[in-house]
Write a protein that binds this ligand. Structure first.
Ligand SMILES: [Mg+2]
Length: 368
């Protein structure tokens, strides 16, 4: 089996409502579907979802890299040598994690489809058939609006991710309190600060974080605040998750070595693909660091990839962030994401186990 071409389709897609977190407002999303075609007639699909907070890649840069560098480099090669092919790509692309993530995903999908195996089997096999997912309640200036969204989501999810760091500290904490008051004590709440607090903000916030019963803090300090976070992690009674500070396998090793977090957010897009994500996961797990599967809120292909990773990890410290397609107005896969009892089933079919809606791809093509 040989690769004949690698193609990229830029999508024009949008969110059901504007999603605010960190310094970001998302109402549209610049996703790109990557297709790897072979002389066997089997096609593998991947998805890139570049987010400015993580990468300087854009929809246009991803399409150009795929067409001008990746397709010529991979054409004629055997897709079953996935890691060797990715090593070749790392020689010609300098830090294009979201682009490579889509290619890595498409290679796994392709080999899975060709062999009849689900992607999780190619990653070493499944520890579970479903994974718990959490909801996410975007930041809003109006606490009543945040609380209302949380109440609505609490009907579907047992766990909700909240955001802080964007507003003034006390006002942000008041919003978190408003959510706790609205949803009651049963819903588990955690907060992503996207690296926007200072160490003194965090110290000031801690008593109220305990009061509100937030079980985990994601990226409370900027990635550069290594010393401060190490000291705090040693003292804190809540888990600290590293997200923005883990962009590479080397970063994951640094967290394990320096104890700058108790859990790593394993997003395969920001980490440059499922293969590097699994590498980072094994380093973290082997060093007693917990794992949760994150995302940048992707559509059906990258989300399916995340589900296979969630299946293949030996243990998960927290629910996964894998309900992304539900935030989009449009869909690119025929299967709809379904949250049952707070969980999403791991796809079982060959490859990613989802059916790409070719009509939708044509209709959503941003070049039309
Ligand atoms: Mg995060």
């Amino acid at each position: 089996m040989k690769i004949t071409s690698v193609e990229a389709i830029p999508l024009a897609v949008s969110f059901r409502s504007t999603f605010r977190f960190g310094t970001t407002d998302r109402s549209t999303s610049p996703n790109v579907v990557v297709l790897i075609r072979t002389d066997d007639g089997v096609t593998g699909y991947g998805e890139a979802c570049p987010v400015p907070a993580f990468t300087s890649e854009t929809q246009a840069s991803i399409v150009e890299l795929v067409e001008q560098r990746i397709s010529p480099a991979l054409s004629g090669l055997d897709p079953r040598n996935r890691i060797a092919l990715l090593a070749e790509l790392h020689k010609i692309l300098r830090f294009a994690p979201f682009t490579i993530a889509a290619v890595d995903t498409a290679l796994l999908d392709l080999v899975g489809r060709a062999s009849g195996l689900p992607v999780h089997a190619l990653l070493g096999g499944a520890f579970r058939t479903r994974t718990e997912v959490h909801g996410s309640v975007g930041w809003d200036a109006d606490p009543a609006k945040v609380a209302a969204t949380a109440v609505e989501q609490a009907e579907t999810y047992r766990w909700l991710k909240l955001y802080a760091g964007r507003g003034e500290l006390d006002a942000d904490i008041d919003r978190l309190q408003a959510v706790r008051d609205a949803v009651g004590p049963e819903t588990r709440l955690f907060v992503d600060i996207n690296g926007m607090w200072s160490p003194s903000d965090l110290m000031r916030a801690l008593p109220r974080i305990r009061e509100i019963d937030l079980v985990m803090l994601e990226q409370p300090l900027p990635p550069s605040a290594t010393g401060a976070i190490r000291d705090l992690v040693a003292k804190l009674e809540v888990d600290v998750v590293a997200d923005e500070s883990v962009r590479t396998v080397t970063d994951a090793a640094a967290v394990a070595r320096e104890n700058t977090a108790t859990v790593i957010n394993l997003g395969h897009s920001k980490l440059g693909g499922p293969s590097t994500a699994m590498h980072a996961a094994h380093i973290a797990h082997g060093n007693g660091i917990g794992l949760m599967v994150g995302s940048v809120i992707e559509m059906g292909l990258a989300t399916a990839m995340g589900l296979h990773i969630a299946a293949a990890l030996p243990s998960l410290a927290y629910p996964s962030y894998l309900m992304g397609p539900l935030k989009y107005r449009q869909q690119i896969t025929q299967e709809q994401v379904e949250v049952l009892d707070g969980h999403i089933a791991i796809p079982e079919g060959p490859g990613l186990g989802v059916t790409v809606d070719e009509d939708a791809l044509r209709e959503l093509d941003a070049r039309r």
